[in-house]
Design a protein around this ligand. Structure first.
Ligand SMILES: [Zn+2]
Length: 238
């Protein structure tokens, strides 16, 4: 068998290559890796927001304590000023003022201790936020690397597809329309392979052996006629 069946086999080879290229384009391993990075980035962002909320809460409590410390200090200062002003106070009043000054000093010291405890509580959270940021930076760099690798592969595969499509149209241009149509129908139903060669006594499409009667029948076909594989129905080129 020669034309147009050798030409048909060329078209089949180009179609198989095109199928492989399109599959490669869809199944780039970097695409899956990038999706995985995205999942990790979202989980990290959620965890970071959670820690951030805890830090904000501590900061709010710290501001409240500082307000109370400042108020106690001011009141203490005011009383001390009054005691030092030279105004004459009854001994009982002076004693009460002195007691309040001591009470305010004790309260201020207690509030300051509470503030220190808050700062100690915040320390590991700040460290955690720094760790999260470092991880986020690593993930962002990896995502950028994968994105660039995908873009590069896409350019390369797109160019290969264009070349292959041009060669395929050149080969397909010389096919008789009925043969081309039959081939397309079979190809769409049979996993992309519409035409196969007879190799020895085996169909190269389904890899099954044909009986000697069938082989004889193929041998005696006129050169311009084709038959299909009795097992898989593909156009069989011998
Ligand atoms: Zn077959």
């Amino acid at each position: 068998m020669g034309e147009p069946f050798d030409r048909l086999m060329e078209v089949q080879l180009h179609d198989t290559t095109l199928d492989q290229l399109r599959h490669r384009m869809d199944a780039l391993p970097e695409r899956e890796a990038l999706l995985e990075i995205g999942t990790r980035q979202r989980a990290l962002a959620a965890a970071t927001a959670d820690v951030g909320a805890q830090v904000d809460d501590l900061a709010g409590r710290q501001r409240s304590l500082e307000g109370q410390i400042a108020a106690a200090a001011k009141r203490r200062h005011d009383i001390e000023q009054r005691m030092l002003s030279g105004d004459s106070y009854a001994a009982r009043d002076l004693q009460a003022m002195d007691q309040e000054v001591q009470h305010l000093a004790a309260r201020q010291a207690q509030l300051e201790e509470e503030e220190i405890a808050l700062l100690e509580e915040e320390e590991p959270l700040d460290q955690l936020l720094a760790d999260h940021q470092a991880t986020a930076d690593v993930l962002a760099a990896e995502a950028a690397r994968l994105g660039a690798a995908i873009a590069e592969a896409e350019v390369e595969i797109t160019a290969s597809i264009a070349t292959e499509e041009a060669e395929r149209s050149e080969s397909a241009a010389g096919l008789p329309p009925d043969l081309a149509e039959r081939y397309q129908q079979l190809r769409s139903h049979l996993g992309g392979v519409g035409a196969a060669r007879l190799v020895g006594d085996r169909c190269d499409g389904c890899h099954l052996t044909l009986s000697s009667v069938e082989i004889e029948r193929f041998r005696h076909l006129p050169p311009d006629q084709f038959s299909t594989c009795p097992q898989c129905d593909r156009i069989l080129v011998h």
